[in-house]
Design a protein around this ligand. Structure first.
Ligand SMILES: Cc1cc2nc3c(=O)[nH]c(=O)nc-3n(C[C@H](O)[C@H](O)[C@H](O)COP(=O)(O)OP(=O)(O)OC[C@H]3O[C@@H](n4cnc5c(N)ncnc54)[C@H](O)[C@@H]3O)c2cc1C
Ligand SMILES: C=Cc1c2[nH]c(c1C)Cc1[nH]c(c(CCC(=O)O)c1C)Cc1[nH]c(c(C)c1CCC(=O)O)Cc1[nH]c(c(C)c1C=C)C2
Length: 471
């Protein structure tokens, strides 16, 4: 028997991979979810006029092993014809902007633009590349994204490119997030003894073997040069289809069943919810680290402490519809560097990414994250979020109309922050579990990547590494 804790996309994917490896028949897998809804943060709502609001993730990248793995899952679930790709060259892939000094600026997307001086940067960006290759190294175990980039590329790149990028991926502060979150290879090249240039070139051309992750859909994505994609009706179709498939294959799914205790006993594990008890040989936790921590505390306080130290932030998400086309420029959206002291993190132009039949403008405004206290004193409620979203979208995008529809979601503690020291913490966590032979596998977005691809890939790897004696 195996128990999977958490019915977000990583828990659902873990159960799918367990079945695929034929380790167990469906009847021997229990999936336990606290809420009435599977999919975790993946939530898509259809509004009047067929507008789709994404409350959580909206696009997935097909790139890399993780991207290929998700495409393979999408194909296995029979969803290939539901994919809505955005190819390279589409305005939503070319135009990513930042809001600085009360103006929107396009981030460079072509080689040519690297040689031009563009506001708000004080030199053409090619100078940053030269600085990168010639700056002296600083030996350390880890560093913040901001320090590393300021040191090797220049302060304005750290301020206007990296700080907003970190907001646009984890709603975090580049002055706290580990350089290994996005630039592990560059950082390791800096720290190694060999000359920087050689290391960088070797790293750029190093390819991860893709043999196990090939699919027709991956070939199509390559041929058609997809940059990102969604699914018809929104990304929630992925967890919905996983749910149906798992039910068909016999997995017992327990909804409204928050896990209240975990006890490892003998060679197995006992999981209690308010209503039931589940005994199994192995436990897969697809819970956010902060939710798993208290459950492990009674038996494993040190492990629990390490898990608690992975911080999470809350994000306010406001979906807005304006009755006509009110955008002056097509783009993916824009991000706001924290230095601008504007109380939003950024706005996604959903109706540019995925146009609908009617001439409406759909936007998603995000706010809070690591900067929640600075702007909202920790008191962001629906009314404040809506008011902030309407005020700043109208002001920045120079919109005169009022929105004709909206939805507000305050996503409490939704994104983990991989702060300096995160990778050492992970090593200690994995070692603790391995040394004590605890029948526990950790999957989900708390550990080795915060995106949908990473969450699903963590489940694939976690299940590949389980050695179950029982069938
Ligand atoms: C605003 C926002 C925008 C995002 N945008 C993107 C994007 O564009 N692209 C992208 O790739 N990624 C994006 N992400 C990240 C993506 O949403 C996550 O990577 C992914 O949803 C994580 O899934 P998960 O299963 O690991 O965790 P979760 O979705 O957090 O699932 C965990 C599950 O565990 C359940 N649970 C909690 N406690 C218990 C308990 N005690 N007992 C039982 N069950 C419990 C929860 O109810 C939940 O269903 C975004 C995230 C947010 C918040
Ligand atoms: C402003 C807040 C946020 C926006 N999106 C997210 C937050 C917190 C969350 C998020 N966005 C992406 C990922 C996945 C990363 C991955 O590993 O694939 C997550 C967790 C995708 C993404 N969105 C933007 C970028 C640059 C990326 C990275 C990958 C890619 O190139 O697609 C840009 C962006 N995000 C937001 C806005 C307003 C924005 C604007 C340009 C919202």
């Amino acid at each position: 028997m195996v128990t999977v804790l958490g019915g977000g996309v990583s828990g659902l994917a873990a159960a799918h991979y367990l079945l695929n490896r034929s380790l167990l028949p469906g009847e021997k897998i229990s999936l336990i979810e606290a809420t009435a809804h599977l999919g975790g943060w993946m939530k898509s709502t259809r509004r009047p006029n067929n507008v789709i609001y994404e409350q959580g993730p909206r696009t997935i990248r097909p790139k890399g092993v993780q991207g290929a793995n998700t495409l393979k899952l999408v194909e296995e679930l029979g969803l290939s014809n539901k994919v809505k790709p955005i190819p390279y060259g589409h305005p939503a892939t070319m135009n990513r902007m930042i809001y600085v000094d009360k103006k929107l600026h396009k981030l460079p997307t072509s080689m040519f633009s690297l040689f031009q001086k563009k506001e708000p940067f004080d030199k053409p960006l090619v100078f940053a590349a030269l600085k990168f290759l010639t700056s002296p190294k600083e030996i350390c175990n880890d560093d913040t994204m901001y320090n590393f980039v300021a040191r090797r590329f220049g302060k304005d790149i750290a301020e206007y490119a990296i700080s907003p990028l970190i907001c646009g991926i984890c709603a975090g502060d580049a002055k706290e997030i580990s350089v290994k979150f996005l630039m592990r290879k560059l950082f390791e090249a800096e720290q190694s003894q060999s000359p920087m240039l050689k290391e960088v070139i070797l790293n750029l051309f190093a390819k991860t073997p893709m043999k196990d992750y090939e699919s027709e859909l991956l070939n199509k994505a390559k041929e058609e040069k997809w940059n990102v994609y969604s699914l018809e009706g929104g990304l929630e179709l992925l967890p919905r289809t996983l749910e149906e498939s798992l039910k068909e294959r016999g997995v017992s799914i327990h909804l409204n069943a928050p896990c209240t205790s975990i006890t490892f006993e003998g060679n197995g594990v006992k999981v209690k919810t308010g209503r039931s008890e589940h005994f199994s040989d192995h436990l897969i936790s697809a819970l956010p680290a902060l939710k798993l921590a208290p459950l492990l505390h009674p038996q494993h306080p040190d492990l629990s402490e390490e898990l608690y130290k992975i911080p999470f932030v809350t994000v306010g998400v406001v979906n807005l519809t304006f009755p006509k086309n009110v955008l002056r420029e097509e783009a993916f959206g824009f991000l706001v560097p924290p230095s601008q002291k504007v109380p939003i993190l950024g706005i996604v132009y959903d109706s540019c990414c995925f146009p609908s039949d009617c001439d409406q403008t759909v936007l998603t405004v995000m706010m809070g994250g690591r900067f929640m206290d600075d702007h909202f004193g920790g008191k962001l409620d629906d009314a404040v979020a809506l008011q902030t979203a309407v005020k700043y979208s109208k002001e920045i995008l120079k919109i005169n109309d009022d929105p004709c529809d909206h939805k507000v979601s305050i996503l409490r503690e939704c994104i983990p922050q991989y702060v300096v020291g995160h990778d050492k913490r992970l090593q200690r966590i994995y070692k603790y579990i391995k040394d004590r032979k605890i029948p526990l596998t950790l999957v989900g977005c708390s550990y080795e990547g915060v995106g949908v691809n990473d969450a699903i890939f963590s489940s694939k790897r976690g299940i590949d590494n389980i050695k179950l004696k029982i069938v």
